[in-house]
Design a binder for this molecule. Structure first.
Ligand code: GZL
Length: 326
């Protein structure tokens, strides 16, 4: 008899444990589930962008974040989006690696009734209803900021030899910044792009391609400007140029960079980078305000751009550096 009672007690305990585990915390049901596909971890900018998202979409703030790092592969992003659809998340947030190839998978999300928010770079869609909102930067305007500085920095009656280092090909950051430079070269007949390379937004790739280019020259070319489409490219280019004896800075080879992360601002303060064009990675709060508006049944602007500026050496004060969080 005692054995029977002991068995019954164990069974009751197990039953309690199982039902206790299966009971979702009532709070959990209230969490907004976000499926987030991040491009990768290729740059300082990207790390700051990811940190901004993770800092906002926490359980304390009322969210369950399902975060996927695509490691710079679009197919990984598409796979992740399909997983988010299967898991019936409340929102899908995508930082797309490139502009093209999204129509089919975003159609699936649309059919599943899941709003898709595109952040940072843009996607090229024939059916724009597939995207609830795009929150990011105007990359062409960033490039215009750089070429306006070039037009002021260099007199119009001198030849300008430019080396152009592009970001990840097909990304809207690369497309916009490139187009602005090419348009400016068209309207400045003495500007000459002597070489264009793919730096893929990374320091290592840029060092490699710049080193390879300079090593292939029988006579080292005069380079007036290196137009780097992000900070990590600038770091790689500066290292390679230094190894071949180039004098970096005013009066020598002037480097332009995009993002304005802390390390780039420090290079700018030293004169190693002549112009830092800001590209704000801290998009988490903007994404959250969009989601809150949607939760409240509000209609959101489909295109929302962040404010950005640019910095030259004299702008880089300790106060400015202390004021920045990335
Ligand atoms: C720009 C972003 C770019 C950054 C790079 O919004 O997409 O990608 O300029 C990053 O640093 O790799």
């Amino acid at each position: 008899m005692r054995k029977l009672i002991a068995i019954l007690e164990v069974l009751v305990l197990m039953l309690f444990m199982i039902t206790g585990c299966m009971d979702q915390d009532p709070q959990d049901d209230d969490l907004i589930v976000i499926g987030m596909s991040q491009t990768g971890a290729e740059s300082d900018w990207r790390a700051a962008n990811t940190e901004s998202m993770r800092a906002v979409f926490t359980e304390e703030n009322g969210y369950r974040l399902i975060f996927d790092d695509a490691r710079q592969q679009q197919e990984n992003q598409i796979t992740a989006i399909r997983r988010f659809i299967q898991e019936q998340v409340d929102y899908i947030v995508v930082m797309p690696i490139s502009e093209y190839g999204w129509e089919a998978v975003l159609e699936e999300a649309y059919d599943a009734g899941i709003p898709v928010i595109i952040v940072d770079r843009m996607v090229d869609l024939t059916n724009e209803r597939l995207m609830t909102a795009h929150l990011g930067a105007d990359f062409y305007a960033e490039g215009e900021c750089a070429v306006s500085w070039m037009e002021q920095e260099f007199s119009s009656n001198r030849n300008l030899n430019i080396v152009h280092i592009q970001g990840t090909l097909g990304s809207s950051a690369q497309i916009g910044r490139t187009e602005a430079l090419l348009d400016a070269v068209m309207s400045n007949p003495r500007w000459n792009i002597i070489n264009t390379m793919d730096g893929d937004f990374t320091q290592a790739k840029t060092y490699e391609v710049m080193h390879e280019y300079l090593a292939s020259c029988t006579v080292l070319p005069a380079i007036d400007v290196v137009y780097c489409e992000n900070d990590n490219e600038a770091f790689g280019a500066i290292r390679a140029l230094g190894e071949f004896g180039y004098d970096i800075g005013v009066g020598g080879t002037e480097v332009i960079s995009f993002d304005a992360t802390r390390q780039a601002l420090l290079y700018c303060r030293e004169g190693k980078i002549s112009l830092c064009v800001e590209c704000n990675p801290l998009l988490g709060p903007l994404v959250e305000s969009c989601i809150i508006a949607l939760e409240n049944g509000e209609v959101v602007d489909q295109y929302q751009y962040v404010e950005e500026g640019c910095f030259v050496t004299n702008d880089i004060t300790q106060e400015l550096l202390d004021s920045r969080s990335y």
